[in-house]
Design a protein around this ligand. Structure first.
Ligand SMILES: [Zn+2]
Ligand SMILES: [Zn+2]
Ligand SMILES: [Zn+2]
Ligand SMILES: [Zn+2]
Length: 243
């Protein structure tokens, strides 16, 4: 089973363990240089450094994302981003829990009862979060995927051309085929085992039960196939937004 959760800093392209990435990002010279350019554009806005972690039921290597976001984005923006990169399978409900207050993407559909009413996610981050604050996030109240977030730092400035920027992300964990021991590409959601493509063809549960191995804490849950879960997609989108 994969235990590693190293990742690359996207500024200097050096590899670090997940446990020391926060420290590195706070002192990375390449990042400092870029930050300085963005700070030069004066204004009252600031940029939050967020760390989001999630674990999965099948192994204990954490999934993590270090992000920078403009403090003016809404919880709804962040929700959309997390769905795109890690979570979205069939449009389940999601919710933030910040200082004991629940923020839901669809507060009107609240089926937990009136005594647990939630606020709307249509609220700016800076209104509800500050440095060192932690928050919880849940996607899907059936087969839940729970994430933890923390505001690691804040700097004056505004991201150039994008609202959310990925600073670093855990490398995809590797899994081995339960049958032949080679690298697994598929996960059988019926018997909850990993298979390479070749062995999956001979697998008795049938190929229709298989889900692709993807770099997400929601891998193998519900119908999650990770079709949005590619760096390519995110970078394309960030690029389009910048144009
Ligand atoms: Zn770096
Ligand atoms: Zn689903
Ligand atoms: Zn195999
Ligand atoms: Zn199976």
């Amino acid at each position: 089973m994969a235990k590693k959760s190293d990742g690359y800093c996207r500024f200097c392209m050096k590899s670090f363990p997940g446990s020391s990435m926060s420290r590195h990002l706070a002192s990375c010279p390449a990042k400092k240089e870029r930050d300085a350019q963005e700070t030069a554009a004066k204004g009252k806005s600031s940029v939050y450094h967020l760390k989001i972690t999630g674990s999965s039921w099948y192994h204990d290597a954490p999934y993590w994302l270090h992000l920078e976001v403009n403090d003016a984005i809404t919880l709804s923006h962040l929700d959309k981003f997390l769905r795109d990169i890690w979570l979205e399978c069939c449009g389940h409900l999601s919710e933030f829990n910040i200082h004991g207050t629940r923020y839901s993407d669809s507060p009107e559909d609240d089926f937990w009862g009136a005594d647990l009413e939630s606020e709307s996610t249509d609220i700016q981050l800076k209104k509800v979060l500050d440095v060192k604050d932690r928050f919880e996030y849940t996607y899907d109240f059936g087969s839940s995927t729970d994430l933890l977030g923390e505001v690691m730092a804040k700097r004056p400035g505004k991201l150039a051309g994008e609202k959310i920027r990925i600073l670093a992300r855990n490398n995809p964990p590797e899994f081995t085929c339960a049958f032949c021991g080679k690298k697994a590409e598929e996960f059988c959601s019926d018997c909850q085992s990993f298979y390479c493509e070749k062995c999956l063809k001979k697998h008795e549960c049938g190929e229709e039960m298989a889900l692709p191995v993807v770099n997400s804490p929601r891998m193998g849950v519900c119908g999650f196939s990770g079709e949005f879960d590619t760096d390519f997609f995110m970078e394309e989108r960030a690029g389009n937004a910048a144009r």
